[in-house]
Write a protein that binds this ligand. Structure first.
Ligand SMILES: *[C@@H]1O[C@H](CO)[C@@H](O)[C@H](O)[C@H]1NC(C)=O
Ligand SMILES: *[C@@H]1O[C@H](CO)[C@@H](O)[C@H](O)[C@H]1NC(C)=O
Ligand SMILES: *[C@@H]1O[C@H](CO)[C@@H](O)[C@H](O)[C@H]1NC(C)=O
Ligand SMILES: *[C@@H]1O[C@H](CO)[C@@H](O)[C@H](O)[C@H]1NC(C)=O
Ligand SMILES: *[C@@H]1O[C@H](CO)[C@@H](O)[C@H](O)[C@H]1NC(C)=O
Length: 285
């Protein structure tokens, strides 16, 4: 009897978990990868993302991208799939003169139409991502990682960040937690990193009222509001990043100096990458 009840409960949970969800609100940027896309597409104008930024200057996105056969994340369509992105010793971004940002190792997707002053810089917008670790390319959580964030158009700050590892500015957060962090490095939401499976996040940026909300779920679960009405300076527009930025250890000048071990091959897998227009409080859950 008890066993039957348990099995029925289990079956009900499984049934709920299998339901994918549709995006409910108007899409501003869609970074979901069509099933037909191959690695080389990420080097071309047909990429869902900017093929030039952000990456090591001598690397092509095709060499950093993987297309794993993961189970679809919550907001994938039947004809879209997950994408992995990785960093190695050559992932040194050089925005100006040599030698570039020697402190960082970076590889990040930017939405192609997200030029910093586009429509995403106004009103209420929600950025979504699902994330899981890549067991074949483990991170070194002794370092701080930035994974998803929006950088102001004047490059002076990030309005929010999604991070893991050893946060240089807050050593009390366990290194194997994900954290959603506000503009002043305030920890808004933190939760343990799963060993496998999807964890789904969404951040709503109210750019009129300077308020921020965080939504979260596991697997194919419906997103739940986990932080509401957080005061946050969302001004300044900018670009949404999704990828890996690994900071060095042992320096105050994280951009240019510090320690990075050599021979790295570290990656992470994303799904359901998109930004939606939350006018009228619309959010896909
Ligand atoms: C995916 O395909 C199934 C079966 O054909 C269909 O019922 C479902 O609506 C589709 N889902 C999406 C998100 O297109
Ligand atoms: C940025 O994109 C918007 C919307 O497409 C466009 O109106 C604007 O001219 C673009 N700005 C630059 C600097 O390219
Ligand atoms: C992880 O990073 C720390 C700090 O930089 C370093 O001492 C250690 O050797 C790294 N571990 C691996 C496996 O590379
Ligand atoms: C570090 O984060 C915790 C929340 O996880 C917070 O309580 C604490 O005040 C933060 N410390 C600093 C120095 O910001
Ligand atoms: C890490 O995540 C756990 C689970 O959500 C949470 O209880 C804990 O407070 C987090 N750690 C810190 C220091 O915030």
């Amino acid at each position: 009897m008890l066993v039957t009840t348990f099995l029925v409960a289990l079956w009900a949970t499984a049934a709920v978990c299998q339901a994918q969800a549709s995006v409910r609100c108007p899409l501003v940027f869609d970074g979901r990868i069509p099933s037909t896309v191959t690695n080389t597409v990420f080097d071309t104008a047909s990429s869902p993302f900017n093929p030039e930024y952000v990456k090591g200057k001598d690397l092509a996105f095709s060499s950093m991208v993987s297309l794993p056969a993961s189970q679809a994340s919550r907001f994938e369509e039947n004809d879209t799939k997950a994408v992995g992105i990785s960093i190695n010793d050559e992932s040194i971004f050089q925005p100006g003169d040599p030698p570039g940002q020697l402190g960082f190792r970076r590889a990040e997707f930017l939405y192609k139409a997200n030029n910093g002053t586009d429509a995403s810089a106004t009103g209420l917008k929600t950025v979504h991502w699902s994330v899981q670790l890549d067991p074949s390319k483990p991170l070194n959580l002794s370092h701080e990682y930035m994974m998803v964030w929006r950088e102001r158009n004047d490059f002076s700050a990030n309005q929010f960040m999604f991070q893991t590892g050893s946060l240089l500015y807050n050593t009390s957060v366990p290194k194997d937690n994900w954290s959603v962090v506000g503009k002043t490095n305030n920890i808004i939401f933190t939760t343990p990193v799963s060993k496998d499976g999807w964890q789904n996040f969404a951040v709503s940026l109210d750019q009129d009222k300077n308020k921020l909300r965080v939504y979260y779920s596991v697997g194919n679960g419906q997103l739940k509001l986990v932080a509401d009405s957080v005061v946050n300076d969302n001004s300044g527009g900018g670009q949404f990043h999704a990828g890996l930025l690994k900071k060095p250890t042992g320096t105050a000048d994280v951009v240019n100096a510090g320690y990075q071990e050599t021979g790295i091959d570290e990656g992470v897998i994303y799904g359901s990458l998109f930004v939606e227009d939350s006018a009228g409080q619309c959010v896909s859950l």
